[in-house]
Design a protein around this ligand. Structure first.
Ligand code: SF4
Ligand code: SF4
Length: 373
């Protein structure tokens, strides 16, 4: 199996090693040299052997390039990231979930294979498997293996409920992901199981986190803070720290992506307004989202005018930047706002808050000011 991947990345070139955070940025001429070496089966170029040893402790000197290096080809579309919602079904029933429905359905494996090949050919280097709960899709292991074999840097956004399974740990150990992001819904069974509406979910997720940590899988824990668990946020931080993993905190609960307001009732008052100011986003230009049926949108929230990737082919993606622009530039209920430079939400997100008739103070700087007068 290949040890490193030589790849275009946006307008640049890099050598990466799956499962490792460090990357080597290389000039185009070095990338072309590797392409030639792989095509000719000649030994790994000396500069690459030295750099791979320094960065990752590898010893590819003298090995044939075509076994040590996987080359990802140049693409004309040049997308670098995508999220793949492999299945919206989930084994949890979280109160704050941003999905309006969690139906167990999606493409068959043959179509998934075609889709993954198209993502590669669109330039996707970072691919996030998400859901629903991605690991419960019956094709997840095969799709993960295929994407890994194509040299992608894989992220798994999971509720962690299946991480304890030996087959899952074995796969993630043999084919390491870029990272596994687990959502943490509380520090006790009481709060966690009440939020997920599944008995013993806390126990299962903690077992999974422990197994993944033990196996050396790169983990990131996101604390999801709602009314259910805001009182134990310090204990949640301690829990994440106990596993010595990187943690993030997320306390702004959004409506469902189609503007349903049910999740808003779970918002913890003290956590309103803590998100950072929106500073631009390349959705639709550098990355995109694919739903379980192969429909592409600018992101998980901005789902207007989806493109049927399997039916239209890669050329369909050329329409995506204009679709993103129209969602990003629509002022909607915010037209004329003088505080837009300090706004915390992008336009697609503001739209779902407005459709949900959310109180202004939950997402808008102006509303915060009014509320604190
Ligand atoms: S684990 Fe995620 S997808 Fe599943 S119900 Fe909870 S928030 Fe929704
Ligand atoms: S919701 Fe907004 S910030 Fe997030 S990816 Fe979509 S456009 Fe970008």
């Amino acid at each position: 199996m290949h040890q490193v991947v030589a790849t275009p990345q946006d307008d640049k070139f890099a050598v990466v090693r799956q499962g490792e955070q460090k990357a080597l940025h290389i000039p185009r001429s070095f990338y072309e040299e590797v392409v030639e070496a792989v095509a000719g089966g000649s030994p790994v170029p000396g500069w690459l052997a030295d750099a791979a040893q320094a960065a990752w402790g590898l010893r590819p000197a003298g090995q044939p390039s075509d076994t040590a290096v996987l080359v990802r080809p140049l693409t004309i579309l040049n997308y670098s990231r995508a999220t793949f919602e492999i299945n919206k079904g989930c084994n949890f029933g979280c109160e704050h979930c941003f999905l309006p429905e969690r139906k167990f359905e999606g493409l068959g494996m043959d179509e998934k294979r075609l889709l993954l090949t198209m993502l590669r050919d669109a330039g996707v280097l970072w691919l996030q498997f998400t859901g629903g709960e991605p690991t419960i899709d019956r094709d997840f292991p095969a799709a993960y293996r295929m994407a890994h074999g194509m040299g992608m840097l894989l992220e798994l956004l999971t509720n962690g409920s299946r991480l304890y399974q030996p087959a899952m740990i074995d796969m993630l150990t043999a084919l390491p992901p870029h990272k596994v992001m687990v959502s943490l819904y509380g520090a006790t069974s009481e709060s966690f199981d009440a939020l997920t509406r599944r008995r013993d979910s806390f126990k299962g997720v903690m077992k999974g986190i422990a197994a993944a940590k033990e196996a050396g899988i790169p983990l990131e824990i996101t604390l999801i803070i709602t009314k259910r668990n805001a009182h134990e946020v310090d204990a949640m931080r301690d829990l994440a720290d106990r596993y010595g993993v990187y943690r993030k905190e997320y306390g702004s609960i959004s409506p469902t992506y189609d503007g349903g307001n049910e999740p808003l009732a779970t918002q913890a008052e003290d956590w309103i307004g803590r998100s950072s100011v929106f500073a631009g986003c390349p959705a639709g230009y550098r990355f995109f989202h694919v739903d379980p049926h192969g429909w592409v949108t600018m992101c998980k929230i901005g789902r207007e005018n989806p493109i049927n990737l399997l039916a239209e082919g890669l050329s369909g993606l050329t329409r995506l930047p204009a679709i993103a622009d129209s969602q990003m530039s629509r002022a909607g209920g915010c037209s004329g706002c003088k505080l837009s430079k300090t706004c915390r939400v992008c336009r697609p997100l503001a739209k779902v808050y407005q459709e949900a008739e959310a109180p202004l103070r939950t997402y808008c700087q102006h509303g915060m000011k009014e509320a604190t007068k």
